[in-house]
Write a protein that binds this ligand. Structure first.
Ligand code: EPZ
Length: 417
């Protein structure tokens, strides 16, 4: 086990390069299952979740070569259709192999992911959509067994805009017979990235980025050649770091268009956000204003930035109200923030944060990916020393985060616990 030790109170200044987006790279890697041949994916971040995805591709019979951030995948000879429990429970995004395997081979056997720290996170909408496309779905012994001679186009209405469900069905529909319409689809930028990559593979997709996506199935796709979009949540995390430490950070490669809600809320909180030709610049303000947020599907305020923004509000001059509307249990970071002196009260899906000037360092424990980022941010702004334990959560979604923060002037190091 490792932990991160932070001596807080330093203003962060300088430039940081934003890595490829975890939540775009994962579906893109599984899209290689849709056809044989040699796929090439650039700007893939070096993360635990990406390593898990690589293991899963190999388990299914694909071969994966990594050259820095370039992944080359050869998926001509898939000889398994099962995503095993030990991989799926490590990374629930493994369920994204369902659509591609069903579309390519007509068979998939995927472990149900089970719940996680932030919620039950069922995949009922994925399965309902695949059934509408003609798949026969059986649930037994904690596994989903799906079969289909050939998927057929269908009109599918999502009860709620599920990101993974939209991705799974968009990949499945790419090789189905006929037209599929996804209504109330998710609009996240990662969906657009996947649709652009699939289109380059020969898929016919209209409307990605809106809540209605139309996919005209084709008989065959050709190999993927694509570069992953920048990670808007990693970028957002560094933007909040600048705001929390009265810092001045340039984020090279960040895409402002993906982060309008966050940029608007950071400006409301008093930070200065400047759009640059190659990214963004964020300058923190001595006075942090309280701001209310409610997490929503894109283009609303992203749930993956809720914990990080709460750390900022813990330093605000006043009270803010934070409502989490996407996941049912995404306040695990609150009791850890309280150990650092934050004044936060939870009532159902709403947290009331009474800001104060001073967080004081203490030992804290990460519980999930974005909660661990929140605790690192709080430690960077707190007086004295903060130790964050169980940082394997952090490594799932951030590439070399302590190195990047150290380059910005933070006193931060990773040690063996
Ligand atoms: C993706 O998860 C992201 N993960 C999450 O990021 C992100 O928080 C989430 O989208 C929302 O933006 C990846 O892209 C790998 P959903 P996903 O399906 O697809 C419910 C991070 O920190 N739901 O949009 O699993 C579900 O329970 C991670 O990087 C159903 O009820 O999210 C949740 O309440 C965390 N039935 C809501 O919808 C379903 O069939 C949103 O889930 C599917 C989802």
């Amino acid at each position: 086990m490792e932990k991160i030790i932070i001596h807080g109170g330093r203003r962060l200044k300088g430039e940081v390069a934003i890595s490829g987006a975890k939540n775009a790279a994962l579906p893109l890697l599984f899209a290689t299952l849709l056809t044989g041949g040699r796929h090439c994916l650039d700007n893939v971040p070096a993360l635990r979740d990406i390593h898990t995805a690589e293991q899963l591709l190999t388990t299914l019979g694909a071969s994966v070569e990594r050259h820095g951030s370039r992944f080359e995948v050869e998926a001509s000879h898939l000889n398994h259709v099962e995503a095993p429990y030990d991989l799926v429970r490590t990374m629930r995004a493994s369920v994204l192999v369902l659509g591609p395997l069903l579309a390519r081979l007509g068979h998939a056997r995927v472990s149900l992911p089970g719940g996680c720290a932030i919620g039950a996170r069922p995949i009922n909408l994925h399965l309902k959509g695949l059934e509408a496309m003609g798949a026969r779905i059986e649930l037994s012994h904690g596994y989903v067994e799906a079969r289909a001679r050939r998927l057929r186009g269908a009109r599918i209405y999502f009860d709620l805009p599920t990101v993974g469900g939209t991705e799974n069905l968009m990949m499945a529909a790419s090789l189905a017979r006929g037209t599929t319409v996804l209504e109330n689809a998710a609009c996240e930028p990662e969906i657009v990235d996947l649709a652009q990559a699939l289109t380059r593979m020969g898929a016919r997709i209209e409307g990605a980025g809106s809540d209605r996506i139309v996919i005209e199935g084709v008989d065959e796709l050709h190999p993927l050649q694509y570069s992953v979009m920048p990670d808007r949540i990693e970028a957002g995390t560094f933007m909040v770091a600048a705001a929390m430490t009265r810092g001045d950070i340039r984020l090279r490669g960040a895409r402002p268009g993906d982060m309008e809600a966050l940029i608007s809320k950071l400006r409301e909180a008093g930070a200065e956000v400047t759009v640059l030709d190659d990214g963004l610049r964020v300058q923190g303000n001595r006075h942090i204003r309280p701001v209310n947020i409610k997490t929503l599907p894109h283009p609303g305020f992203p749930t993956d930035m809720q914990a990080q923004f709460m750390a900022l509000m813990a330093l605000a001059e006043g009270t803010s109200v934070i409502t989490e509307s996407v996941f049912e249990n995404r306040f695990m970071h609150v009791c850890e923030l309280q150990r650092l002196g934050a004044d936060i009260a939870i009532e159902g899906s709403t947290a009331t944060v009474k800001g104060s000037r001073g967080l004081v360092g203490a030992p804290v424990m990460a519980t999930d990916l974005r909660a661990s980022a929140c605790l690192v941010l709080a430690g960077l702004a707190a007086e004295n020393t903060t130790e964050v334990a169980r940082i394997y959560h952090l490594d799932r979604g951030y590439e070399r985060i302590e190195e990047k923060f150290r380059q910005l002037g933070a006193s931060i190091e990773r040690v063996k616990a």
